[in-house]
Design a binder for this molecule. Structure first.
Ligand SMILES: C[S@@+](CC[C@H](N)C(=O)[O-])C[C@H]1O[C@@H](n2cnc3c(N)ncnc32)[C@H](O)[C@@H]1O
Length: 267
């Protein structure tokens, strides 16, 4: 009997001046175990190996003047060619504050693909021509500026790898977490039932699963409405019937139904 062809694990290939930064925190806990088990793979490419001259220079002053240094096209270009030769099917991403924001939806999209080649910038960034020549997608992890792309790469890999089946011990924990349905997650509690005079909400100890699920749905909606009006607007638009849109608090029943429906589909 023929055994099925082995499929390549989801692969993160990283072009960086600091390969020693990897796996970093990705080597710990669930992502670390999944890496050791071969559920995903990590390969680094040292940009310095493609540097020029005796000192293996990788950067130079910005064209047009100004502060800082820019990673040269004739260094990053060959490094990227080597990355593509090793893994031609991987989309290429440059971690950059100018990029498309990293969201749960984007992490889900990436998790469904074969993996990703990530370019970690340093200094003022990289020569634009390489990004254009290699059709590179830019992704940002938030509206702030880091010193380099390595931490951003780890954030992207962590958010993505945990969505690959078998990485989390209990896949159910993905079903209700923040952003899974466009809402923030409800508050969580555990033992003891009373701590420093604060009790766990009675409903959570009631054993009434319908009431617990209703309470959680209301909390998720209320937190999202208060803290993330941007998410709430998108959620309400998608889930509240247009005739009731002025009455957003009435979305509770619909959202609960929707969440139950999504869960049924995942079962
Ligand atoms: C000092 S930053 C360069 C910032 C760039 N001059 C700018 O103003 O957009 C150096 C590198 O850190 C990484 N980086 C910084 N902030 C980031 C963010 N918010 N998301 C993703 N990568 C980031 C990028 O790879 C970038 O090339």
């Amino acid at each position: 009997m023929n055994s099925p062809a082995p499929t390549a694990p989801w692969t993160a290939q990283i072009v960086t001046l600091f390969p020693e930064a990897f796996p970093g925190t990705l080597g710990l806990s669930l992502t670390g175990r999944a890496l050791a088990d071969g559920i995903w793979a990590l390969r680094t490419i040292q940009l310095r190996d493609f540097g020029l001259g005796r000192h293996r220079n990788v950067d130079d002053t910005p064209a047009g003047g100004g502060a800082g240094l820019v990673i040269r096209a004739d260094v990053l270009g060959p490094a990227l060619q080597a990355a593509k030769a090793a893994a031609p099917d991987l989309p290429v991403v440059y971690l950059s504050p100018r990029g498309r924001p990293l969201t749960q939806a984007l992490a889900r999209e990436l998790a469904q693909g074969p993996g990703v080649t990530l370019i970690c910038g340093r200094f003022e960034g990289v020569d634009q021509r390489v990004l254009e020549a290699h059709d590179v997608t830019e992704i940002s992890i938030g509206d702030y500026v880091l010193t380099g792309g390595e931490i951003a790469a780890q954030v992207l890999i962590d958010a993505t790898v945990r969505l690959i089946p078998r990485v989390l011990g209990n896949q159910d924990s993905l079903a209700d977490e923040s952003f899974a349905h466009g809402l923030l997650e409800h508050p969580q509690y555990t033992k003891p039932a009373e701590w420093e005079g604060r009790r766990i909400p009675d409903v959570l100890l009631s054993g009434n699963h319908a009431a617990i699920s209703g309470w959680r749905a209301e909390q998720a909606e209320s937190l999202t409405r208060q803290r993330r009006p941007d998410l709430w607007r998108a959620y309400a638009q998608a889930h509240v019937d247009p005739g009731r849109r002025t009455q957003l608090s009435g979305a509770s029943d619909q959202s609960r139904n929707h969440r139950e429906h999504d869960k049924d589909e995942m079962r």
